[in-house]
Design a protein around this ligand. Sequence first.
Ligand code: HEM
Length: 220
Amino acid sequence: MTFPGNPPFHPTPRQLSGIKRCVFLLSLLPFLRLVIFTLTDRLGANPLEFISRNSGDWTLYFLCITLAVTPLRKWLQWPWLIKLRRMLGLFVFFYACLHFMTFVWFDHFFDLSEMFRDVIKRPFITVGFITFVLLIPLAATSSNRMVRLLGGKRWQWLHRLIYLIAPLAIVHFWWMKAGKHDFAQPILMGLIVASLLLVRLVSRVRQRRQQKRFIKISPI
Ligand code: HEM
């Protein structure tokens, strides 16, 4: 986004590390809120459900924030935003782990065989579990070392799993709320995720077309 006389904002390395620190602290706020609410006994009548739902909600919000980085980067003409994407993606995993831990701990008291029985028995949990498992390779290959080890192309292919993860997260949320005939939130989140994925797909298709045109007109 550029206005006449207003060049796009390009932070200096020092400013960028300040921005990264701020984003890190902001991303921790939902977790700190949960810790403070737990310590001050403000989790309501059903504390375990509060933690479980809150961590699920924040996993989904961070998924949307991470998906929004690429379109925002292009729209605002802020290429440096990409430097925040890895951290935001890792926060998706952090909140997903917290959400999963509440399930293993509060719902099943670390009885793994009972937990797996529940995962298989209840379809919305099966979908949540698959979504979580698919997030693991993305988190595990987020470091620069892993990008180098895999090679850019293979790394990119692997990280396209996000096109599967995001819809599955919505299906999980939808299915859970469907039991209560409460569709407002899943519809809203579904529309947000669908638009973010669509914007990315359209921009990828355009990029491909431009590359093809360039190859055609460039002299051999
Ligand atoms: C990364 C993947 C996941 C995302 C994005 C996600 C997201 C959510 C969301 C948004 C909710 C509803 C919260 C609300 O009512 O406001 C939820 C509920 C729930 N999720 Fe997940 N979830 C994920 C993975 C999992 C996994 C791995 C499990 C367990 C194996 C799980 C088990 C549950 C359960 C049991 C509930 C219902 C909580 C309750 O009613 O107390 N989810 N999840």
